[in-house]
Ligand binder design. Structure first.
Ligand code: NFS
Ligand code: SF4
Length: 627
């Protein structure tokens, strides 16, 4: 194990890494230390182009001899690279969403063990999609909804249905700018085409397509995924749960689910309750099966079932270094190739389950969509058979934090509005009267090059200033791990007036809104606030600001881009755009003229939080509510 990581890791990781057992494991922290050299400046600034074979070309802005062989300038190269990041991120959310929609259709046909759970949301979505609900069976409605949703992926003309959920003014802006997505897949394909050698070479035009592509993610793929998953597996409601490495259990078969698409995880949850499977576990001497999540799959089952989270992105190697895990079941996205190496010499199996995502030294057990329960049982049986082979292990037992999670936008509605007055009115009122200064969204990944407490520091600064924090993704898990999702945290960390609001409602000051696709919930929540009235006519007028202060994956940039294009100010720790003055200026300023919001970046957590507060204060000022 490496030494420098001790300074930047959280408590549970530190505890584990100090055990002899874990010292033998090479982790991402070691690899960062070993690399020594700092990242390539061209790559970091976005000016390395390897789009055609005359390159790679390394561009230096303002130096005439240092443009591309083809003549491409820094602005073109940076914009092309940026747009491709957005396209890749959108593609990831899109493929995830497509799987969920297809699972939804199978469920509507009665071909899966799942069922249509949230009929109220089904009806609301049916209405959005113009589907008749009167006198129809829920499965019949769901089937039509599923098919209409699926058609939006391959749609070639027109616009995506859910754009019309946005505030009127937002829709008008998108229309005027010509960035309404036509079909989900089409926007990804067109972005790839336009950034091919010798096509779109005007950076603002490229960025316009990046905006359109990102909307296909936020108001298309991600939103479809969230809503249909909710209908099928239940819309999250507040519940208590546990988070961090200490959720692993000594006397049970530990199965961790890592990845993103909850179809697999939900099936595993069902299979884990099967008497036959439980009997098998007993037979090998285990008290039961302990399912625990990692990354966003973890968030999905945490939100909907209260299944504990063993670790976030940055802890995936740690979860395995405990030696206490019988199997880590993975599907797609954010699974580091190193996990299969961390378990070398241990009894743990890494089980890949999706034909799209295989790994050397892992075993593959395909998740069969037409027999989800059968697949899940086979996987669990395999894990159970590993239990007896468990060798030395160490579970950081004290590292187990209580959290209250499950804040869908419906919950926020209900919670603040009360049982009889379901609405965003009280939230808006509390913002207008200043008890809540505004909303801060803390989302996205974690990053091995930064300290583990970045999210915590930002959140605490926001809370102190009466900014209510909404969190998703691995950022949410980090905040949970640091104790900010306990209701008592309100009194400990919030400014007086925010503490009062949280205590009255009985909610923690940081609300866990879900996985990364569930950032779409934030779009809906922001929209609901606009529609409730008193806070302006579109999202750009709301006292709200978002950050992914430790972004790592391309998906995070797609998310940031759809928020900015939807009018929300967004701050990351850095962006690969600094190699072009024009692109830098456009992203951090120019986009504001087009969409009412722009990007910013800041590495220092406290300064970042202060920038968010300043942005929120600016909106309050403009609304005339900054007393
Ligand atoms: Ni989001 Fe979630 Fe985590 Fe980042 Fe990866 S798991 S989809 S991309 S690392 S937050
Ligand atoms: Fe170089 Fe132009 Fe080819 Fe990019 S597209 S690698 S800038 S020649």
């Amino acid at each position: 194990g490496c030494t420098s990581c001790n300074d930047i890791t959280g408590a549970s990781t530190k505890d584990l890494l100090n055990q002899d057992l874990a010292k033998q494991v090479r982790t991402a922290y070691d690899r960062i230390e070993d690399r020594g050299v700092s990242a390539c400046l061209f790559g970091s600034g976005g000016t390395c182009c390897r789009i055609c074979n005359m390159g790679p070309c390394q561009i230096i802005d303002g130096v005439e001899q240092m443009i591309g062989i083809c003549g491409a300038t820094a602005a073109t190269v940076v914009a092309r690279n940026f747009a491709r990041i957005v396209a890749a991120g959108t593609a990831a959310h899109t493929d995830h969403a497509r799987e969920m929609v297809m699972g939804f259709i199978e469920t509507a046909k009665g071909k899966t063990p799942h069922e249509i759970k949230d009929v109220e949301k089904l009806h609301a979505m049916a209405e959005t999609f113009g589907i008749e609900i009167e006198g129809r069976d829920k499965n019949e409605i769901a089937l039509e909804l599923g098919e209409k949703a699926l058609a939006e992926f391959g749609q070639q003309q027109g616009t995506l249905t859910m754009l019309k959920r946005a505030p009127k003014k937002q829709q008008e802006i998108w229309k005027a700018k010509g960035v309404e997505p036509r079909g989900i897949d089409r926007e990804v394909v067109e972005t790839m085409h336009r950034t091919h050698m010798g096509v779109d070479q005007e950076y603002k035009n490229i960025m316009k397509q990046a905006a359109r592509c990102s909307l296909a993610d936020g108001w298309g793929a991600s939103m479809l995924s969230t809503e249909l998953t909710d209908i099928m597996f239940g819309t999250p409601v507040p519940r208590r749960a546990l988070i961090d490495l200490g959720v692993l259990k000594e006397d049970q078969v530990n199965v961790t689910v890592h990845g993103h698409e909850p179809l697999l995880a939900e099936s595993l949850c069902m299979a884990a309750e099967d008497p036959e499977i439980l009997a098998l576990a007993k037979k090998v001497g285990a008290k039961g099966i302990n399912l625990a999540g990692v990354c966003c799959t973890g968030n999905e089952i945490l939100m909907r079932r209260g299944i504990p989270v063993a670790g976030s992105f940055i802890q995936q190697e740690m979860v395995l270094a405990t030696g206490a895990v019988e199997a880590m079941v993975v599907d797609v996205q954010c699974v580091m190739q190193s996990v299969a190496q961390v378990v070398k010499g241990k009894h743990t199996d890494i089980i890949t389950t999706n034909y799209r995502a295989k790994m050397p030294d892992a075993i593959h057990m395909q998740f069969e969509e037409d027999d989800p329960l059968g697949s899940a049982k086979a996987i669990l049986t395999h894990a159970i058979n590993n239990f007896k082979k468990r060798g030395d292990y160490y579970i950081p037992k004290d590292n187990k934090l209580d959290v209250v999670v499950g804040f869908s936008h419906e919950t926020i509605n209900y919670m603040l509005g009360g049982r009889f007055r379901k609405s965003y009115r009280p939230l808006n009122d509390n913002i207008i009267n200043g008890r809540i200064k505004g909303l801060g969204a803390l989302v996205g990944c974690e990053h091995y090059k930064y300290s583990d407490d970045v999210h915590f520091k930002i959140a605490v600064e926001l809370l102190k200033n009466n900014v209510l924090v909404l969190a998703t993704g691995c950022a949410a898990q980090a905040l949970g791990r640091m104790g900010l999702m306990r209701p008592e945290a309100a009194a400990e960390y919030c400014g007086e007036s925010l503490a009062e609001v949280c205590e009255t409602v009985g909610m923690p000051p940081v609300l866990h809104v879900g996985s990364c696709v569930d950032n779409s919930r934030l779009l809906i929540a922001l929209t609901a606030m606009v529609k409730e009235g008193g806070l302006g006519e579109d999202i750009s007028e709301l006292p709200a600001c978002g950050t992914a202060p430790l972004w790592m994956s391309e998906k995070a940039v797609a998310i940031g881009q759809y928020f900015v294009t939807s009018g929300a100010h967004v701050i990351f720790q850095n962006l690969p755009v600094t190699g072009s003055k024009e692109m830098n200026e456009f992203i951090t300023n120019g986009m504001k003229e087009e969409y009412g919001a722009c990007w910013d970046y800041e590495e220092d957590p406290i300064k970042l939080a202060q920038k968010m507060i300043k942005a929120i204060d600016g909106k309050r000022e403009a609304l005339g509510i900054n007393k």
